[in-house]
Design a protein around this ligand. Sequence first.
Ligand code: UDP
Ligand code: MG
Length: 318
Amino acid sequence: MTPILYLVIPCYNEEQVLPLTSGKFKAKLEELIEAGKISDESRVMFVNDGSKDTTWDILTSLCEEDKKYAAISLAHNRGHQNALIAGLMEAKKYADITISMDCDGQDDINAITQMVDEYAKGNEIVFGVRNDRSTDSWFKRTTAQSYYKFLRGMGVDIIPDHADYRLMSSRVLNALEGYGEVNLFLRGIIPQLGFKQSVVYYSRAEREAGTTHYPLSKMMSLAIDGVTSFSIRPLRLITVLGIIVALLSFIGIIYVLVSVISGYYVDGWASTTCILCFVSGIQMISLGVIGEYIGRIYLETKKRPRYFVAERKNLTEE
Ligand code: UDP
Ligand code: MG
């Protein structure tokens, strides 16, 4: 029996890009249906992440024109990761396999065929991995590479150059549903789920229209999420740092005592100030790191729902 595939595509303020890309997704789906690789019940499913422009109107009319499209709309803008989870959990009700991807045409649609072929070989998770970063700016490339190195250093196991372009079976999604945390960092959790996994390489294109929703500030917060939701190594490093500073201080105290006993006095203003600045800097950073973790504990203890589905189109539970 051929599997039912749902493409899960989050969209936030994408009115410029949707008219360009939506047809390509459908064409790919139909090509796969024709080739007998996936079932006729497969769909292109969009998730409107509380867009403020005409994105939902565009999606609604697409769904009215063609039953191959489906869509859900979230009550609020909940961010890319939550929109993805909302879409995946919805798709799980109907599909055997899902492929999550961006709606801006950056994820090469031809990799979908390879992903479906990998699934047919028995893989339940297939990661789309970029084979080069030449379309990125120098800044994004360098920060991304240093970030992967940093994550490795912190003991987090993620697949380099893999964003959220991936195939997952419904069995994998059932496992994912068990992760109730608010700060869900999919790129870190999914490799940990186990199951049979494989990788498909693709080259990432430029955005077809519109602008990125990941400015530096959002990239930073995703980066911090990646570390704090998988590793407590930063907290340990604080302890190590504390021990080193304490040892240095001890040596300093001995030096001061010896100086005093031997009757050697200096003004000492510069050295005192330097030590003061150094130690208080370290203390502030340490407090900040601890604060990051406490903040996350605070968010998790409230157990607030991640999203609300406000509307559905071409889905049976409308
Ligand atoms: N997106 C979303 N909610 C948001 C921000 C982004 O659903 O709050 C979607 C967006 O429409 C796109 C995908 O997430 O399909 C990735 O965003 P974007 O292309 O802006 O990021 P980039 O590819 O530049 O990292
Ligand atoms: Mg993009």
